[in-house]
Design a protein around this ligand. Structure first.
Ligand SMILES: [Mg+2]
Length: 253
């Protein structure tokens, strides 16, 4: 793609977990193993169910509040979740440090193959991308340690900017950080409530990723493999739009 074309590509922002990365092994396996080290014997089914329950409670609690956050709140979130998973064990928070440190390691995470392919393509265009995530500062080290993501232009993290998605403020700060108007940004995430709805509301071109669904029309993506074609089309439209505008302003017309 030519330089003039790549400059017409929009700025691309991604949600992190569920969009670009996922834990290498199922969360229940990691939690159950950490629990066993402290003599806790819980089935994977119980660990999995309790994790989902507590994760959802914490999400709801933030949405019922003002969505402000910081490092302390994010660490408290994981204390509550881990405390619930092991709530009937002698010392429910005994595995906390191990689990916190485990998910700080880049080796605990991996990129989805379609994310790697898309970012490889984006690099050939010279296009820039950002990661915008509800996470804590551990994500900075994870991104730096995962080669496919290490060249992310910006990593915008809720605990660092002080607001969680879906807060409008988070998306406004993201646009500020990218140095562009929200209408010039493309945002891709796997959550309707946390990603698609608030990004769209601010005027970003948002896509909702639902891997494995049958390919469908925008704003849905069944895979990030579809995204390069969508961006090429958007770049082409912008290119043609600018050509039309410059033609209209040509005094010789
Ligand atoms: Mg996600």
């Amino acid at each position: 793609m030519s330089d003039s074309m790549s400059s017409l590509l929009p700025v691309v922002c991604f949600d992190a977990v569920g969009t670009l990365i996922h834990p290498v092994e199922p969360v229940a396996d990691t939690y159950a193993r950490a629990g066993r080290r402290h003599g806790f014997e819980l089935s994977l089914e119980i660990v999995s169910r309790r994790f989902r329950e507590a994760f959802e409670w914490e999400e709801r609690r933030d949405r019922q509040g003002d969505l402000r956050t910081d490092e302390e709140r994010e660490k408290a979130r994981w204390r509550t979740i881990i405390g619930h998973v092991f709530h009937d064990q002698p010392d429910p928070l005994a595995p906390f440090e191990e689990l916190w440190n485990h998910y700080a390691r880049p080796e605990a995470w991996t990129c989805y193959p379609d994310a790697v392919r898309f970012l490889d393509w984006l690099r050939t265009t010279g296009g820039r991308y950002a990661i915008a995530s509800n996470f804590d500062r551990r994500l900075q080290g994870i991104v730096r340690g995962l080669p496919p993501l290490a060249d992310a232009w910006q990593v915008v993290i809720s605990s660092e900017v002080g607001w969680r998605k879906p807060a409008r403020k988070f998306f406004e700060l993201l646009a500020d950080r990218m140095g562009c108007r929200s209408a010039e940004m493309v945002y891709i995430g796997d959550s309707y409530e946390n990603d698609f709805q608030p990004a769209s509301a601010l005027g970003m071109q948002a896509f909702l990723l639902n891997r494995g669904s049958s390919p469908s029309a925008p704003p849905f993506l069944a895979s990030l493999d579809e995204l390069s074609e969508r961006l090429k089309m958007m770049g082409k439209c912008r290119h043609e739009g600018e050509a039309l505008r410059s033609h209209a302003h040509d005094p010789s017309c």
